[in-house]
Design a protein around this ligand. Structure first.
Ligand SMILES: [Zn+2]
Length: 186
């Protein structure tokens, strides 16, 4: 059985046996909060458990590194939609220790791409088209700095109303312990 078949067959049973019932809620976050965090596997359940949030409490946007890389990219758009359309009144950026985006650099990613069959020619073509791939595939060296930077990008965004606090935190992916980096109330 492929992974996809496994997923679909479990899903059939999940729906038939109404296992969804404990999760029924609305699209509006009860805690009026939106979180930007990392896609790290260790945080899938740990993050919400560690801050006492359940289904329906919070909106979560995830990407590699919990980074706002572009002021008009899809991450910023998701945060703005959460605030203006979906009743989120506060924003939390939660990075984490031992993040896969820490220490990533474009050269490393390019060499993995080439091992899998992407040619240098293709990489050059994309670069010549005006895409700064080095910048785009760059990770960060300090998670605290990266979180602070993302908080600044969000807080100073021209389309975000100033009354929305933007907080920055770092979570330890084994214990769930949070450290405050930016207190958005200050
Ligand atoms: Zn991460």
């Amino acid at each position: 059985m492929t992974l996809l078949q496994e997923i679909l067959s479990y899903n059939e049973e999940f729906v038939a046996e109404k296992k969804y019932e404990p999760f029924i809620t609305t699209k509006f976050p009860d805690k009026r909060l939106v979180i930007l965090t990392c896609m790290d596997t260790r945080l899938v359940e740990l993050l919400t458990k560690a801050i006492n949030m359940k289904n329906g409490d919070v909106k979560i946007v995830r990407n590699a590194g919990a980074v706002v890389a572009h002021p008009f990219g899809s991450i910023m758009r998701s945060l703005l939609v959460a605030v203006y359309e979906l009743q989120a009144d506060e924003i939390l950026v939660i990075g984490h220790h031992d993040c896969g985006m820490a220490g990533i650099n474009s050269e490393k990613v390019f060499s993995s791409m080439k091992e899998r069959g992407i040619t240098q020619e293709t990489i050059d073509t994309v670069s010549y088209a005006g895409i700064n791939l080095d910048e785009w595939l760059q990770g960060f060296s300090s998670v605290e700095e990266s979180v602070s930077h993302s908080v600044d990008m969000i807080k100073n965004h021209p389309l975000l109303v100033r009354s929305v606090p933007v907080h920055g935190l770092v979570i330890e992916p084994s214990t769930g312990k949070l450290d405050l980096v930016v207190d958005g109330y200050k």
